[in-house]
Write a protein that binds this ligand. Structure first.
Ligand code: FES
Length: 175
């Protein structure tokens, strides 16, 4: 059965993930306000958002599947296909560009063996190199890994950070 035809009622989200979705629904007076955090909850578990998972979110929040799909497809931080476990973005906007963002991106791309937007061969990282300002202009060049920012980088310091994240017990950025 194609993935898009999976019955959402039979789809496997962990009980803890479903509970987090229900908690989110009760936290917001308007269900639509919970869509963004709900999509994060699912992507945190699955690594991406297959169509059936958007249907589960819609069901849990009492929305139409199209409402959730529209949000998921609008934002670049939500993945429709399996990606690396960690999402690496290197800012390319002016402040970072003036302080070496191009070299940082080129160095990481070569080290990770990943094309733009592509996952590293080991599946640990997906490198995105076309992002605009990520709000850390005073600390450029910078990268964001998942939801954590790292500033004043060069290729060596960025590699050290990514090695630490790859090797961390919890596998998470921010370590
Ligand atoms: S220009 Fe890079 S974070 Fe703002």
């Amino acid at each position: 059965m194609p993935e898009s035809e999976v019955d959402p009622s039979s789809a496997a989200l962990a009980p803890g993930t479903l509970q987090r979705l229900r908690d989110l629904r009760s936290r917001y007076p308007v269900a639509r306000s919970a869509v963004l955090p709900a999509l994060w909850v699912v992507q945190d578990e699955l690594g991406y958002l297959p169509p059936w998972s958007e249907e589960v979110v819609a069901e849990e929040l009492g929305l139409l599947p199209g409402d959730v799909a529209a949000v998921a497809s609008f934002y670049s931080m939500y993945f429709s296909h399996q990606a690396g476990r960690h999402f690496v973005q290197v800012c390319q906007n002016v402040s970072c560009a003036l302080r070496g963002a191009d070299d940082l991106l080129a160095g990481l791309r070569e080290w990770l063996q990943a094309g733009e937007g592509g996952a590293s061969p080991d599946g640990a990282f997906t490198l995105e190199g076309t992002v605009e300002c990520l709000g850390a202009c005073g600390g450029g060049p910078m990268m964001q890994v998942d939801r954590y920012s790292y500033e004043d980088l060069n290729v060596d310091s960025a590699r050290e950070i990514l090695e630490r994240i790859r090797g961390s017990a919890g596998g998470g950025a921010g370590a």
